[in-house]
Design a protein around this ligand. Structure first.
Ligand code: FES
Ligand SMILES: [Fe+2]
Length: 332
């Protein structure tokens, strides 16, 4: 059995912007490796491999000095590109002294880091989401969970229309006899973008109500969901692999401002809380499910194979993919 590579290429959330203040250093474990990130006094963010090239101290214990990161052990100091620019008591910096720095972009209230197992530089972009910087919209609460999953699972789950009326029957009661439908499937092969609508019909006070959740994906790490219930709401739903078995799954809410700021906040919290209740039902399944590369699908299922095909374009070439994949396959 083969399972999808744990680290498909793409832009992944490192932190939300508000989670990294100026002159702060943070440590993270993503893609099975340790990283550090810091925000310089200027506001620029850099992400490095975690260990100092001198004697291997963890730079997460270091501190920001102006726009550079200073190692806690002997004080070697790295600029935003990872070049060592100062070694205490030395007039010259040893040749080649630099830590590996990773491509970073900051937009949509999010710090994204590029990851490609082959080491290739970014080969697509992460889009602007206009609502996230609009004065008409307001940032709401965040959900964050570390779950047993690969990035493929939540994406596949979005188009798995036959699980909603069963697994989520209590949280999102369907109108009897209905299940979700995927409409308006559109792929942009250049921007690596996929959009579609998930249309559900819910039982609501004895009546039926159709709701549309709009999905927009770019690469395996970036997802935006737009909903109009209970008000105009946007969810940024990035996920980042921690290692071969776990991902950090987060949702950041934005809500369109009305004239009643308190109501906006309450609606944003309610919208997120309701979605998270459903997500937790998925997390329980993810915890013990196994990936089937040749599932036995029925006509009731959504376009799961289309989603797999779309996600497959981000997998590294087979040689790199094989080692971690086989290891996981044996233990599952
Ligand atoms: S280990 Fe970083 S300066 Fe020595
Ligand atoms: Fe689900």
């Amino acid at each position: 059995m083969t399972v999808p590579h744990p680290y498909p290429a793409g832009w992944y959330r490192f932190r939300y912007s508000h989670e990294l203040e100026r002159e702060r250093v943070v440590s993270a474990r993503f893609f099975g490796r340790p990283f550090v990130g810091y925000r310089a006094a200027s506001g620029a963010v850099s992400v490095f491999d975690a260990h100092c090239v001198h004697l291997g101290a963890h730079l997460g214990d270091g501190r920001v000095v102006d726009d550079a990161l200073r190692c806690p052990f002997h004080g070697w100091t790295y600029d935003g590109a990872g070049r060592c620019v100062q070694v205490p008591f030395c007039r010259e910096v040893p040749e080649g002294a630099r830590v590996r720095s990773h491509p970073v972009v900051e937009r949509n209230g999010t710090i994204y880091v590029w990851h490609d197992t082959t080491g290739a530089p970014p080969w697509f972009d992460v889009p602007e989401v206009p609502e996230t910087s609009s004065p008409d919209w307001k940032r709401g609460p965040v959900h964050r969970a570390v779950i047993r999953s690969r990035v493929h699972e939540p994406r596949e789950n979005a188009v798995d229309t036959s699980h909603g009326p069963v697994l989520h029957a209590r949280t999102f009661p369907p109108y009897p006899g209905t299940k979700g439908e995927i409409r308006n499937w559109h792929e942009d092969p250049v921007a690596k973008r996929l959009s579609f609508d998930l249309v559900n019909t819910f039982g609501y006070r004895g009546g039926r109500r159709e709701t549309t959740l709009g999905f927009e994906l770019v690469g395996p790490g970036h997802l935006v969901m737009r909903s109009r219930l209970p008000t105009d709401t946007l969810f940024l739903v990035p996920n980042t692999p921690v290692d071969e078995e776990r991902i950090v799954f987060t949702m950041l809410t934005f809500v369109r401002r009305s004239r009643l700021p308190l109501v906006d906040s309450v609606l944003a919290s309610l919208a997120l809380r309701h979605l998270v209740r459903g997500l937790r039902e998925d997390y329980v399944v993810f915890e013990r499910k196994r990936y089937l590369d040749a599932p036995l699908l029925s006509p009731a299922d959504g376009p799961i194979l289309d989603m797999r095909r779309w996600m497959a374009q981000f997998a590294p070439p087979t040689a790199e993919a094989d080692a971690p994949v086989r290891r996981i396959a044996r233990v599952s």
